[in-house]
Write a protein that binds this ligand. Structure first.
Ligand SMILES: Cc1cc2nc3c(=O)[nH]c(=O)nc-3n(C[C@H](O)[C@H](O)[C@H](O)COP(=O)(O)OP(=O)(O)OC[C@H]3O[C@@H](n4cnc5c(N)ncnc54)[C@H](O)[C@@H]3O)c2cc1C
Length: 439
């Protein structure tokens, strides 16, 4: 969490170690009232203040040189409402802690992304999403929030209680207040069966719509410089779970997918021309498998190879064309890309700054290992995504600014109005927010 990202010199680093900052103060408030008091003090002194999550954003969205609030002491389940099927958690609760607590209660989130190290507030604040389902993003599963606004007041907001602030704050990039507690929809715990298999590009891309229609959650990985796509289909099942044996989970999800992939990545970083051949090897090493387990154990996997990432949401109908154009660009560019491109699908949602706002979407995620210069690759692919009215993930690398993002978001003006109302002096701002939201 917050402190884990601090080095001996007191600098706070993001997970991918692309950015760091030396905050004026680092504070770890113990409860929501203390958060509100700290925000009030910061405002009185004209100092900027920001709470970080677990630092897993690739962008500078969480950085501050003012007062950095860390979430370490703001964790745990506060309330379980089985009638409403909703759970209220303190904002700094890591997702893996929430998942375990929910499992103990016989409950589960509806959907989530592919790791569980983020905090609840950090994840919702940048629009963290999974794939498929009725809702893909965590923010869309939020039904109420508690947050401290710049006036030092602790507010509880929901669709019936200050709905504009609720809509802005449930995916607010930290720009409208410090979230102290989050109420999120839950459902009875369920089992997912995962069927994973490699497919030729033509079958995976040509059959994408059908695969997505026929399965609850679809995740695909295309290995650049190859014709192979690794397809994961996760579907709900009422059958008893058949998890992978512990040795196989360790071998495949930790050793092969992380340790060995880390060696392959290192070899590719040292000798980039090797990457196409290494990708062919990696794509063949990913054999098919079928297993089932509690949902959160199927949705997420450990990620120990550090990388940099850009991800765009494009309208669902443009998804495979955008992917094909990105492939053509990679093939004619001479770049040697050692990481797969991840493809996910998401239903439209109603969260104002969600990358899936009001449109069914395909997410296309591009990665390089943490030692590689991502700029030419990401800039080239970004042009392709822009041409399809792509919306960049707020927590992943991109070069867009407020002026050219605004036309993509129909509720941009509403968000700006809320921001002006609750943070007129911009105590929650930082340079990234000034770039993407405006001053
Ligand atoms: C290995 C890896 C895998 C990933 N997988 C996915 C994925 O599958 N899907 C996906 O969509 N994204 C994914 N991401 C991106 C990640 O989920 C987001 O960047 C997320 O925001 C990180 O959460 P965090 O807790 O680390 O927050 P941070 O990165 O620390 O902060 C993110 C933002 O949240 C704000 N914030 C944090 N806490 C509060 C609070 N209490 N009140 C107000 N604002 C707050 C911060 O100020 C900042 O603006 C992945 C990232 C990594 C590194």
């Amino acid at each position: 969490m917050g402190e884990d990202r601090l080095d001996a010199a007191g600098r706070w680093w993001t997970w991918c170690r692309l950015s760091s900052t030396a905050p004026e103060r680092i504070l770890a408030p113990h409860d929501p009232d203390e958060v509100a008091a700290v925000v009030s003090d910061a405002a009185a002194q004209g100092t900027r203040v920001k709470m970080v999550g677990s630092g897993h954003s690739f962008t500078d969205v969480a950085l501050t040189d003012g007062w950095m609030l860390t979430p370490t002491n703001l964790t745990g389940v506060r309330a379980v409402d089985r009638d409403a099927m909703a759970v209220t958690v303190l904002a700094g609760t890591p997702l893996h802690v929430l998942n375990t607590a929910l499992a103990d209660l016989g409950l589960s989130l509806h959907n989530m992304g592919d790791i569980d190290r983020q905090t609840v507030a950090g994840a919702i604040s940048t629009g963290t999403h999974g794939t498929g389902g009725v809702r893909a993003s965590l923010a869309a599963q939020v039904t109420a929030l508690e947050l401290a606004t710049a006036d030092g007041v602790l507010r509880r907001v929901s669709p019936s209680d200050d709905p504009p602030l609720f809509e802005a704050a449930r995916l607010g990039l930290g720009a409208v207040g410090v979230v102290t507690a989050v109420t999120v929809e839950v459902e009875p715990a369920f089992t997912l069966e995962a069927v994973e298999e490699p497919l030729p590009w033509a079958s995976a891309v040509g059959g994408f719509d059908q695969i997505v229609e026929e399965n609850h959650h679809v995740d695909m990985y295309w290995f650049p410089h190859t014709d192979r796509v690794f397809v994961k289909r996760n579907n709900r099942t009422l059958d008893p779970p058949r998890p992978l044996p512990a040795w196989r989970e360790w071998l495949e999800d930790r050793f092969l997918s992380n340790t060995v992939f880390g060696w392959v990545t290192t070899a590719g970083a040292v000798v980039p021309p090797l990457r196409p051949g290494l990708n062919r090897l990696s794509s063949r090493a990913w054999a098919g498998r079928t297993y089932s387990d509690r949902a959160h154990r199927v949705f997420t996997a450990p990620r120990t190879v550090v990388f940099r990432e850009m991800e765009y949401a494009v309208p669902r109908e443009a998804g495979m064309l955008a992917l094909t154009e990105a492939r053509r660009l990679i093939e004619r560019s001479g770049w040697r890309i050692g990481f797969p491109v991840e493809v996910r699908a998401a239903p439209a949602d109603e969260v104002w700054l969600s990358t899936a706002y009001d449109r069914d979407s395909v997410y296309l995620a591009f990665h390089v290992d943490a030692r590689s210069d991502h700029r030419a690759y990401f800039a080239g692919v970004e042009e392709v995504m822009r041409a399809h009215d792509g919306r960049p993930h707020w927590g992943k690398l991109h070069t867009r600014g407020a002026a050219d993002l605004a036309p993509s978001y129909p509720r941009w003006g509403d968000f700006a109005q809320v921001r002006d109302r609750v943070d007129p002096d911009r105590i929650f701002a930082n340079p990234y927010l000034e770039r993407v939201l405006g001053p």
